[in-house]
Ligand binder design. Sequence first.
Ligand SMILES: Cc1cc2nc3c(=O)[nH]c(=O)nc-3n(C[C@H](O)[C@H](O)[C@H](O)COP(=O)(O)O)c2cc1C
Length: 237
Amino acid sequence: MYDMGSVAIGEIEVPTKGGVSSESAHSRASIGRYIMDLFEAMHTQRAIRRYKPDPVPDEDITKILKATVHAPSGGNRQPWHFVVVRDAELRKKLGELYWGATEYARENLGLHKDTPTYNRSGYDFAQHIGEFPVHILPCIETGSGDPFGRGSSIYPAIQNMLLAARALGLGSCYTSNIRNLPDYEEATRKLLGIPNTMTIAALIPIGYLGEGEHFGGAKRKPLEEVVSYDQWGQHAP
Ligand SMILES: Cc1cc2nc3c(=O)[nH]c(=O)nc-3n(C[C@H](O)[C@H](O)[C@H](O)COP(=O)(O)O)c2cc1C
């Protein structure tokens, strides 16, 4: 039902000035080759941890990045930069850092142990992440603001990235695990030439879904558990 491979319907223009006026353009995110209802994308996007080695077309990466930078940011400052890593040797080295972070977290921080996600594929994912075809590292200006405020101006962009990938039939997985590793940022900066004025927020692999992976089926708490109306704890009438 959600296989995007069969719904190529041609290129659709997105107005860059004057807003979007037609209802169809409003209700269906235009992403070029494919069209997917925004709600379908939101409801089926999930963390993908096994990927095929197949390369991702450059044009798809560009579409994802264009959607990414359309996200809001505080004061529209757009204090971000995205490093796309395709080079096999660099990805391998990032993979080694990720594996190091996973081992470090397991041994020192007590993270990941016995969680369903970790048992499902986290360990395997950590071992193979360096082989996945594309990595994107969203970076944000470190500045002097509080970390929460800083993060707030990169997370909407990352969510756009994940949804755009989903709409193109590509899997992705937000990972922040590497931030657990002391010296990770320094090592990654050195590897990719990232200036020390930037914080590396995440490492996000992108690619076609590997064996056993699927979109949809993510488990979330029911609304009654996480939403109040007018007063905390008061449910919908
Ligand atoms: C801030 C943040 C950090 C995350 N870090 C990692 C990570 O380091 N490694 C990983 O495998 N998944 C990571 N994830 C993915 C979450 O585990 C995943 O989104 C969550 O388990 C829901 O998965 P689902 O959408 O497939 O249900 C992270 C997600 C977020 C939002």
